[in-house]
Design a protein around this ligand. Structure first.
Ligand SMILES: [Zn+2]
Length: 209
């Protein structure tokens, strides 16, 4: 079968169930679980469209950031006809997880410097308002990524294109309500799939020239 799906999508779920913190102050929202649930749906939807999809971590526990990166690198090297794009899906947090905060919004991160990952991130950012109306887009400078803000950045530095999505704040009450809303979750999944299609179209345009 010939396909115009040129991306190898590498899904990178957040953390693991045993990792401390990474939840709402009242403990009802768990980041590792939310991320895996969304990415499982994204996996189904992308495969139905004809994409090749793999995971850096198929378990519920944390396997370590360098292990995730190593696995992603191995997948990225396997098939030179596909362009590897890693998508890491997280929830943001403003405080240390003990109190409710007010920060809100969605951000998309890439590694430092201007790369194709930034172009891909641009497609995701562009579609935030369409799929998640009313949700604040948080735009940061590339330089911000040089801070040790969240150790997950290790996975952005492999031999593949990579995006880290921070979808709403798990220490914001209103954001947690949205993260618990099935219709909102479906929008997040569709947003990711739609944006992956934009990235794939970009690759197709580049390779047909
Ligand atoms: Zn996280």
């Amino acid at each position: 079968m010939t396909t115009n799906k040129k991306l190898l999508v590498i899904l990178d779920p957040a953390h693991g169930e045993e990792v401390p913190g990474k939840r709402s102050p009242d403990g009802r929202h768990r980041e590792y679980k939310w991320s895996r649930e969304r990415l499982k749906e994204v996996d189904h939807l992308l495969k139905a469209l004809g994409y090749t999809v793999v995971w850096t971590n198929e378990s519920d526990t944390e396997t370590g950031l360098s292990a995730r990166k190593r696995i992603a690198n191995t997948y990225a090297k396997k098939d030179s006809s596909l362009v590897p794009l890693l998508i890491s899906l997280h929830n943001d947090a403003k405080g240390n997880g003990t109190a409710w905060e007010t920060a809100t919004g969605v951000s998309v991160w890439t590694s430092t410097g201007k790369t194709t990952s930034d172009i891909f991130a641009g497609f995701f950012i562009q579609r935030i308002s369409e799929w998640m109306p009313g949700v604040r887009r948080r735009l940061y400078k590339d330089e911000y990524l040089e801070r040790d803000f969240e150790n997950d950045f290790t996975v952005l530095t492999g031999d593949y294109f990579a995006l880290l999505i921070e979808c709403l704040f798990q220490d914001n009450k209103d954001d947690v309500s949205l993260l618990e809303d099935a219709r909102f979750c479906k929008r997040v999944e569709d947003w990711i799939v739609d944006s992956v299609e934009d990235c794939n179209n970009h690759v197709n345009q580049k390779t047909s020239k």
